[in-house]
Write a new protein. Sequence first.
Length: 189
Amino acid sequence: MSKKSTILEKKFSDQVPDASAFKETSLPPVDSWNTPLSGDLDIDIDREGVWRHEGDLIKRPSLVAFFSSILRRDGDDYFLITPAEKWRISVAIAPFFIISAELVNYREKSAVRMTTRTGETFFVGENNPLWLKKISSEVNPIPLVTVRGNMAGIISRPVYYDLISWARTAPDNTLIVESLGQAYSIGSF
């Protein structure tokens, strides 16, 4: 582990007791914290959900999971926030990256369950919609899904191919994926 990573880990280690204990249903209440801005922190999340500090890869999955548990979006800015500190970080497109999905039967409905690189799982549905977004730096629209609150995840190429294989073709040649009774357009041909 680099000296920078050790310093970064020590800086946040006493803020939340055990990041591994946080699951989707027991995340810290970051939306209720009104912490003043402490400044900018040289952490960035690239388009594949890879976290870096001062350009160096943050290699410990538990540290990335901890940081993602205290992540909040206000407007177009992203912050690592605790009751004591609030640091702005940089996010290329979306802070989460979807690494797997499966089509399951949930409460007698077809559902798409997705998993992020940090291990969060959720069902695509009313609270976690799926959409395509055109981004100027990209040739094709990017498939995104709401992961938590107002924060999205980029759907990896293999997961997108899974979605295509599960989709039905509408009369206008739009590909439609259904999950929990909701229909989502994932492109057309």
